[in-house]
Ligand binder design. Structure first.
Ligand code: GRF
Length: 188
């Protein structure tokens, strides 16, 4: 089974996934793509000897990137900290095969711009008792696809956004690789 990763930033989730599947008998991370030429995620992929590519918005929109991704014959596309909306041609080419990790309990605290510390700031300001992660299928709207898995963590009243972010990131690192493995081993 082939995984293609998309990351816009540091790529700590991508790192966890590449490490988790490094010697997996059935599952292989075959490529990593980033919309940021300077994303550290690209360096992390190179460290794992996994082909890594950056792309422009033009390539993203004009179908060039889609063809390149299809050439890897992916069974699953994983958005691991990827901040652009997925174009319709990708959704049509990979139906129910694109998943995203969001650092909050959707449907609340999702949508465009709700990433990074903003999410955790909003959760704390709303005095939520818990937060967590949502792994979901991707559709044409930000953070609105069918949920696959959620895992909660407590929010302490004196939490800073950074403290909550770190607690949630731990959950991402722990559960995203396992959910991916489940999805790929249960699919025919
Ligand atoms: C994570 O918080 C993830 O939930 C969100 O973007 C961040 C990615 O972090 N989608 P990293 O680039 O994987 O370290």
């Amino acid at each position: 089974k082939h995984i293609v990763l998309f990351a816009s930033g540091s790529g700590s989730n991508a790192q966890q996934i590449m490490a988790y599947f490094q010697n997996h008998p059935q599952i292989k991370v075959v490529a990593l793509f980033s919309n940021k030429a300077d994303a550290y995620a690209l360096q992390r992929a190179e460290n794992f000897k996994i082909p890594a590519f950056s792309f422009t918005r033009e390539e993203y929109k004009n179908g060039a990137l889609l063809q390149q991704v299809q050439s890897f014959k992916p069974d699953l596309l994983v958005l691991a900290g990827f901040l652009w909306l997925i174009p319709l041609d990708f959704l049509q080419a990979f139906p129910n095969k694109i998943i995203n990790i969001h650092p909050a309990l959707l449907p609340k605290y999702g949508g465009k711009g709700m990433h990074g510390l903003h999410v955790h700031q909003a959760v704390i300001e709303a005095q939520e008792k818990e937060s967590g992660i949502t792994i979901h299928y991707v559709n044409e709207h930000y953070d609105q696809g069918t949920s696959i898995y959620q895992h909660t963590c407590p929010v302490n009243p004196d939490d800073t956004p950074e403290q909550l972010a770190a607690r949630v990131l731990e959950l991402e690192h722990t559960y995203l690789p396992k959910v991916i493995e489940e999805l790929l081993l249960s699919s025919s």
